[in-house]
Ligand binder design. Structure first.
Ligand SMILES: C[S@@+](CC[C@H](N)C(=O)[O-])C[C@H]1O[C@@H](n2cnc3c(N)ncnc32)[C@H](O)[C@@H]1O
Length: 182
């Protein structure tokens, strides 16, 4: 929404969570007149958007959740116009992480396989500290957050907070810029 406002762009947000869509719709009202941003249900593998409709795709801390990463990147490529770029964040496990060494292709390889050109892979060394601060804040304000989210949402969130440990420092985060070759 910050980017859409800065570039005077029309924005379509896609998420499979009704709650995330509801929050985004409410939040968008802080950014400008209603109608410039819309939020639709869809998944990474099937956004429901027409082919070659997007001048750009931005995805923060989301694509690694896709059950099928190759299908997610294929869908991303399908909705981008020729020459358009996708910018997204992803993490990879480092030695010592329980998932290190799992035989699956890395993001640069997946990007190439999807028919995209990897223009940049930018390290985000600040990323683990960001999660640590977020989890510390959630712990500090647990009572208030639980009251706001209700029992079901809070349980999922605090399971994540409690299971987060030093493994957040055993992964490398990057920002990827991938372009559809014309
Ligand atoms: C960590 S949040 C990041 C959300 C947002 N980019 C932000 O920075 O606030 C990850 C989001 O990805 C969504 N998500 C996870 N798996 C998904 C999937 N398979 N298809 C669509 N959305 C998905 C979740 O519902 C959640 O809203």
């Amino acid at each position: 929404m910050w980017l859409a406002r800065a570039f005077n762009a029309r924005l379509i947000g896609v998420d499979f969570s009704p709650r995330a869509l509801e929050i985004a719709r409410r939040r968008a009202l802080d950014f400008g007149p209603a109608g410039r941003a819309e939020f639709r249900p869809g998944s990474f593998e099937d956004t429901g958007l027409p082919a070659a409709c997007a001048d750009g795709v931005v995805s923060m801390d989301a694509i690694p959740f896709a059950a099928d990463r190759a299908a997610a990147l294929a869908e991303l490529r399908r909705i981008l116009r020729p020459g358009a770029r996708a910018v997204f964040t992803a993490v990879r496990p480092l030695p010592g992480h329980p998932k290190y060494g799992a035989a699956r292709p890395g993001w640069p390889e997946l990007i190439r396989r999807a028919g995209l050109e990897l223009e940049a892979e930018i390290d985000r060394p600040e990323e683990p500290g960001l999660w640590e601060r977020l989890y510390a804040g959630l712990t500090e304000h647990e009572e208030q957050v639980r009251a706001e989210l209700g029992p079901a949402g809070a349980e999922i969130l605090y399971d994540e907070v409690r299971s987060a440990d030093s493994t957040i420092y055993l992964r490398a985060a990057s920002l990827y810029v991938a372009r559809v070759v014309e």
